[in-house]
Design a protein. Sequence first.
Length: 262
Amino acid sequence: MVRMNHFNDMVKEIKQSFYQLTRHPYIQKYVAEPTIDEDRLRFLYAMLGNKLPNKEVKVFTLSALLVQAALDVHEAVSLHKIHTDSVRKNRQLTVLAGDYYCSLYYYLLAEGKHLPMIRVYSHSIQQINELKMNVYESNHLSYLETQNQIASMESLLVQNIAEHFQLPVWKEVVSDFFYLKRLLFERSEWLEGRKQPIIEAMIRETSHIDEVLSYCEQKIEQIKDRLLTKGQNLQMFEGFLIDHVDRLIGSSAYPEKVAEEG
């Protein structure tokens, strides 16, 4: 059983391992240090902590963070025409950095002889890339289609890990949680005058552009309510979910200490 008084220590340990693995002096001269989505780390550790030995939880969580770093870096690669050697070098090293992070996740899983998990991770990467193409290259998807595809795009690897270990409630929870996180980000972008795929789908659904914000707020409340209802099935982790949803809605900051929840 995962004891919440050890939770922050394990999160800190995995973060340290991640930065030790990804630290490469030459690459970091040109490419920004990868960042960790701490929500992803915490959900993975909470989800797997009652199911697997601690060593495996750490390996699978760390591998998932490396995959996400690789996806994020590759998505940041500019597609604009190159005019200088320095820009060309930066682009090449950005691609190389993403490939490097991807090789690290494979190394960790292969070293532990976790061959079924390698298939889960590699298939998830393929699916996520396909979803990104569908979302970013289409301008006619309905809101529901956009929601389904982005909910998968934002958390498919975590969902597939949950499915592999037969954790259906966690699969539903992470799908909604990380979609809600993306929706809140797009609302913020919209308020700053920038349109993202979900907001664009909402614009297509509403009769007037002034209704977009209220439509967005309505969806946020629906997803929040659904998450809190599903959280009742997580037993000792219901408090964990409530805490993370409240923080997501109110603030992205985490305090140093997490209250015990069972």
